[in-house]
Ligand binder design. Structure first.
Ligand code: ATP
Ligand code: MG
Length: 254
């Protein structure tokens, strides 16, 4: 194996994060290899968004640290692009879709510099990828939730970051959009980037991802889907909805 294929993109070390008395994440350690497409699964409230935000350096942990390519997360400006969970951003000021996508380019400019024609070209390419070019001049606040989600993806893609973190990009999108987003994520991976995606649908998790992180406050599993999507483990984490897992195992056996 070459050294690049074993490079660690994201190192999460002994991470404990609390908002109140009960930790949202407890003692989580995981090494995400560079160049892979990784899914984060777990029930509601299991700490998935908290893990992603910690990887962004948005949250100060109680204990532990996150490193991106061996650098402390606070020293990694521009290295990681983020698409937040839907509904967590409320757009009530006037800004066009193209301007939102172009925001991804600000990390490449000094504060006194305007965006260049090339920056806008990158933003336009990203809108094309998520099939939102026709809406470039629309106000972001006037789009549907699924359309907004695609624009946020375009903003993240325009950033051309080494690491892409997406919090439930498939939530509430139609089947064709889900496929289009997956294609974009796979293309991003094929360019050597590391992509981490919070995902809810266990039935598609094995097909979509190289590895899965299974969370419920603690790390319950990390590895290939064939290892992590183990009915016993899932029963522990999802509190024993055996019927769901029997169905899932049947599907995977096909
Ligand atoms: N800003 C906050 N203030 C207080 N508690 C929070 C905050 N954000 C998250 N929590 C709590 O931390 C825990 C983990 O939340 P988190 O949002 O990481 O879960 P999640 O796995 O992303 O859930 P979901 O599937 O519903 O998106 C939950 O118990 C939640 O109530
Ligand atoms: Mg969440």
């Amino acid at each position: 194996m070459s050294s690049t294929s074993t490079k660690i993109a994201i190192r999460v070390e002994d991470l404990t994060v609390s908002y109140g008395p009960v930790p949202a994440l407890l003692d989580v350690t995981v090494d995400v290899p560079a160049g892979e497409l990784i899914g984060v699964i777990g029930p509601n409230g299991s700490g998935k968004s908290t893990l992603i935000k910690s990887m962004m350096g948005f949250i100060k942990p109680d204990v532990g640290e996150v490193f991106l390519f061996d650098r402390e997360v606070s020293q990694t400006r521009g290295m990681v692009a983020y698409v937040p969970q839907r509904g967590s951003v409320d757009w009530d000021f006037p800004i066009t879709v193209r301007e939102v996508a172009a925001m991804g380019r600000y990390g490449h400019r000094r504060w006194w510099q305007n965006l260049s024609r090339q920056d806008y070209a990158k933003a336009d390419q990203a809108l094309e990828l998520v099939r939102m070019s026709d809406f470039a001049k629309s106000q972001i606040g006037q789009l549907s939730g699924g359309q907004q989600q695609r624009v946020f993806m375009a903003r993240a893609l325009a950033q051309n970051a080494e690491i892409l973190l997406l919090d439930e990009p498939f939530a509430g999108v139609d089947a064709a959009t889900e496929r289009a987003i997956l294609d974009v994520l796979q293309k991003t991976k094929s360019e050597g980037k590391t992509v981490v995606v919070v995902h809810h649908d266990l039935a598609t998790a094995a097909e979509y991802f190289d590895k899965l992180i299974l969370l419920k406050q603690r790390l319950f599993g990390f590895g290939p889907p064939s290892v992590v999507l183990n009915p016993e483990l899932l029963c522990d984490v999802y509190e024993g909805n055996l019927k769901v897992f029997a169905e899932l195992t049947k599907q995977q056996a096909k």
